[in-house]
Ligand binder design. Structure first.
Ligand code: AMP
Length: 227
């Protein structure tokens, strides 16, 4: 199964993609994480992406498409994977469709997590992440037990430079102008699933699971095993 997660920055895409990838046993390909890893390793690609990321702009399509298709061509993605943060433009979506079609495959579902933009700004500008395990926190709605430290692994918490208010607004502008057309693109193909991102994390996860029958059955199977 090949799934695309769509949603504005701050909609909870990454959190939901993590849950779904675990439940469905799918590799999770997060384009933003791949760029941040490349930047941390100071690779040529990472340094190139840095200037765009700092401004809240999209990294050019040809660079992004190459990076993601290289990753999704790996053997662990032979029977499916979960794309998180990619595609973000029509050109990327079409490139992904052609690459999958060349292997006789296609996207099964595109899940759009919908959240109003005022809520997105609030969420992003209060978001802190663990430098070690990437667990997300929020200064108001989900503060860590010890300030500045991750509850799960004790790692240092940091604010992504592109979560600062000015950049957040630019990232949202980019989402509404460049990524929103993908909603229609997948709707026309009868692949779109819309989920209310204002619900709690578990409720959103359940809605997504219900919309994907295979995932829903895998959740009940794993629950049965636990019992
Ligand atoms: P994210 O972690 O998904 O919010 O992505 C962080 C930043 O990485 C974005 O603001 C872009 O600069 C870059 N990026 C991530 N995914 C893409 C993509 N599909 N196309 C272009 N740029 C991307």
């Amino acid at each position: 199964m090949y799934i695309v997660m769509l949603g504005a920055p701050g909609a909870g895409k990454g959190t939901q993609a993590d849950i779904l990838a675990r439940e469905a046993g799918l590799p999770h390909i997060a384009s933003g994480d791949l760029f941040r890893q490349a930047l941390e390793k100071r690779t040529e690609l990472g340094l190139l992406a840095k200037t765009y990321m700092e401004r809240g702009e999209l990294v050019p399509n040809e660079i992004t498409i190459k990076l993601i298709l290289e990753r999704s061509n790996s053997p662990d993605c032979a029977s499916g994977c979960l794309f998180d943060g990619f595609p973000r433009t029509l050109e990327q979506a079409k490139a992904l469709d052609s690459a999958l079609a060349a292997q006789g495959k296609s996207i099964d579902k595109a899940i759009y997590i919908k959240v109003p933009s005022e809520e997105l700004v609030k969420r992003l500008s209060g978001r802190w992440l663990c430098r070690v395990c990437q667990a997300p926190y929020h200064i108001v709605t989900l503060p860590p037990r010890v300030p500045g430290k991750c509850d799960k692994c004790g790692g240092e918490l940091y604010q992504r430079p592109d979560d600062k208010k000015g950049t957040v607004r630019e990232r949202l502008k980019v989402f509404f102008s460049q990524t929103i057309p993908l909603i229609e693109y997948y709707r026309r193909q009868n692949k779109l699933v819309e989920v209310d991102g204002n619900l709690g994390i578990e409720e959103v996860a359940k809605e997504i699971a219900v919309s994907l029958n295979i995932v829903a059955s895998s959740i009940s199977l794993s629950r049965k095993r636990e019992n």
